[in-house]
Design a protein around this ligand. Structure first.
Ligand SMILES: *Cc1c(COP(=O)(O)O)cnc(C)c1O
Length: 397
């Protein structure tokens, strides 16, 4: 491949590697964690309850349950909706595998439908075409933090008696029609994984209808009734009842303490993301070989990812070559995502082929994610822009 010719690898402008997505952890986070370690209470407790309350307030969500991952939150959402064997859940191929794994975990069938070319979010027309009598829920993913066009999905859900579970792993904070993602009342799952906009190392949150969130709360801690976490505190009772075969999905106070500081900083962190995005847009807009991410007037994206698409017909290298060239210039990048239908497990189980989801399959070939996080300095951003433009200049056709 021509990308490997030494003469085309320019001397790296940076002397150190720019990691794709390091966490933005400051002294306040470290102090909060240390204070919790000294507090005598490590697992689910007062910090977790406070994190849930402040998170719900921040979004305007009716209720919130802190758990140990977004995957757990999604799993609990499907469980409390009683989705199981014989049921179908419609979701997108442009997502992380756990979005579909949880559908498998409850014994239901994931039904993939294609995405819209502009945002790479679920295409409502494809959703409508995929409905069957077995369809029970829609599981849209706010890809890259760009809010899904929810109105048509809500109308379909209403007309057909379907539930909606939103995968908002990328969408903190994002707004659709003036309302924060997570505030609508439908069950919504957030991720606080190390690379996400707000991190607790590992962690997640489920927001939505209080009755459903309370059922999820019981299932998140072994199916134990009452405030089981209180049983070792003063005034706590030794008595509890197990009312379901629950899971071990609870968040620790160590994670919640970290999350509370990150939540307080979130507005500042997001400002930084927006500034970086504006600089990327300004640099890449109008470059013929590049397609910057879509911008729409009625939404406020969380800008979790900056997904750059290549016009491969204008370049002599492919996406893998482009990533190699970025790495040669000490710029980390990533791909979000290898579509679900191309992974052996799903491909083989359901017999899916690239042609079943043509938009996702085609777009996957030409997308890559540039570094976008609040730890990037202006110089870092300049380095990324310079590297991208240099690669385009060398390899354009
Ligand atoms: C990160 C991610 C998840 C899983 O989040 P965890 O907190 O790691 O379980 C789910 N969906 C999408 C789209 C993600 O990017």
């Amino acid at each position: 491949m021509s990308a490997n010719r030494p003469s085309t690898l320019s001397r790296a402008r940076r002397t150190s590697f720019l990691p794709f997505s390091p966490p933005d952890i400051g002294e306040a986070e470290i102090t909060a964690v240390v204070d919790t370690l000294r507090s005598g209470w490590l697992t689910t407790g007062p910090q977790t309850r406070r994190f849930e309350r402040e998170f719900a307030d921040y979004l305007g969500a009716p209720d919130a349950l802190a758990v140990n991952s977004c995957t757990a939150a999604l799993h609990l959402a499907l469980l409390v909706l009683n989705i199981g064997p014989g049921d179908e859940v419609i979701t997108t191929p442009m997502t992380f595998c756990s979005t579909a794994h949880v559908i498998e975990h409850v014994g239901a069938r994931p039904v993939l439908v294609d995405v819209a070319p502009d945002t790479l979010n679920l295409d409502p027309a494809c959703v409508a075409a995929a409905l069957t009598p077995a369809t029970r829920a829609l599981l849209p993913v706010h890809y890259a933090g760009h809010p899904v066009e929810m109105q048509p999905l809500r109308e379909l859900a209403k007309a057909h008696g379907l539930s909606i579970v939103e995968d908002a792993a990328h969408a903190l904070p994002a707004s659709y029609q003036g309302q924060r993602v997570g505030a609508s009342g439908s069950l919504t799952a957030f991720s606080f994984y190390a690379t996400k906009n707000l991190t607790t190392g590992e962690g997640g949150m489920l927001t939505g209808d209080p009755a459903l969130v309370e059922r999820a709360r019981t299932l998140s801690l072994h199916g134990m009734s009452r405030d089981a976490w209180k049983r070792y505190g003063q005034g706590g009772s030794w008595y509890y009842e197990v009312v379901a075969e629950g899971y071990k999905y609870n968040m620790t106070d160590i994670q919640a303490a970290l999350g509370l500081v990150q939540l307080a900083r979130l507005a500042v962190l997001q400002d930084r993301r927006r500034t970086i995005v504006a600089r990327y847009h300004a640099a890449f807009d109008g470059v013929e070989a590049l397609q910057p991410p879509a911008v729409r007037p009625d939404v406020e994206p969380a800008w979790h990812l900056y997904v750059l698409r290549l016009h491969l017909d204008r370049l002599t290298i492919d996406r893998a070559g482009f990533i190699e060239q970025l790495a040669a210039r000490n710029i980390g990048s990533s791909v979000h995502f290898i579509p679900l239908h191309l992974h052996p497990f799903y491909r083989d189980k359901y017999g899916w082929s690239p042609g079943d989801f043509p938009v996702a399959s085609e777009e996957y070939q030409r997308l890559l994610s540039l570094p976008l996080n609040s730890t990037l300095t202006d110089d870092d951003v300049d380095d990324v822009i310079a590297a991208v433009l240099e690669i385009v200049a060398i390899f354009q056709r």
